[in-house]
Design a protein around this ligand. Structure first.
Ligand code: AKG
Ligand code: FE2
Length: 278
């Protein structure tokens, strides 16, 4: 890694050990400082203020609301009707989200820390306005670390960007997180717990602010008040490129038998077929 002459860009030159591709080089330049990167690795989070202008944040917020309204009545919708909804696969649903494929500085920060090859999963969460008590209890996004940790365990390193499109004040409820908790294997918070925890940090946001978190950082939201406005945020998951369930080439089966196998199979069978959700 090296700093450029103007001191603003940290540049990392990677050589990828891909024989078939001729050992390609990838240079990743980021405006984040070494201190910010170290902070993200050590504490598990990094706040980025004003990464989107108000106008863009507003346009994305409207698109999220449109999708929420069009999906809310679908039986598969992940919603608590009237309170909140998750909207998945945004890049397939509206091209207004496509510029986020090159969203800086989160992309170059993710590539500097995870490696130059990442893909982006884009989702949204919306809490409706005027609904008290809407919250997300303590959780981490990738609860897959076994105890003991096996010798060849693949640590679930991902960077998730929570990009806020609305004002998040005490009315909408702070985002709380526990610094350093992404590397604390001993922390086991019961499902549904919403209590204050020692050392928790409370964050508030303006539209266009973001926070990068390690996917295993424990976090929650404080319940909304009756006079809360909308809480809309985008969740960009930066995922190492090789972490995928599909091979993506060769002759595809005309009628994939595994679909039926998964439908009729038990949980272990479905897991062996690649089922996983966070
Ligand atoms: O609403 C927020 O501020 C965060 C929500 C969250 O942590 C999640 O949906 O996983
Ligand atoms: Fe979360």
């Amino acid at each position: 890694m090296r700093r450029s002459d103007d001191g603003r860009h940290l540049s990392t030159e990677f050589v990828i050990n891909d024989q078939a591709a001729g050992y390609p080089r990838r240079t990743v330049e980021t405006t984040a400082t070494p201190e910010e990167l170290d902070g993200l690795v050590g504490s598990g989070y990094l706040v980025l203020r004003g990464v989107l202008d108000r106008e863009t944040a507003g346009a994305l917020a409207e698109a999220v609301l449109r999708l929420a309204e069009s999906e809310a009545d679908r039986p598969e919708a992940e919603s608590l009707p009237g309170d909140s909804i998750y909207i998945r696969s945004l890049l397939d649903k509206d091209p207004v989200f496509h510029p986020l494929l090159r969203f800086e500085p989160p992309l170059s920060i993710a590539r500097t820390l995870l490696g130059p090859q990442v893909w982006i999963d884009l989702e949204a969460r919306l809490n409706h306005a005027g609904r008290p008590g809407v919250s997300v209890p303590w959780h981490a996004h990738l609860p897959v670390i076994p105890d003991p940790v096996p010798a060849l365990f693949s640590h679930p390193h991902q960077i998730h960007c929570l990009l806020y499109l609305d004002h998040i004040t005490e009315r909408e409820g702070a985002l709380c997180l526990i610094p350093g908790s992404h590397s604390r294997g001993d922390l086991r918070i019961p499902l549904g717990d919403q209590s204050d925890r020692p050392g928790q940090v409370e964050l508030y946001f303006e539209p266009g602010d973001a926070v990068l978190i390690h996917a295993n950082l424990w976090h929650r939201t404080v319940p909304s008040k009756a006079d809360a406005g909308y809480r809309r945020l985008l969740l960009l998951g930066f995922v190492p490129s090789w972490v995928r369930s599909d091979v993506g080439r060769g002759v595809a089966a005309e009628r994939p038998l595994t679909v039926e196998l998964a439908r009729s199979g038990d949980a272990e069978t479905r897991e062996l077929l690649g089922e996983f959700q966070w």
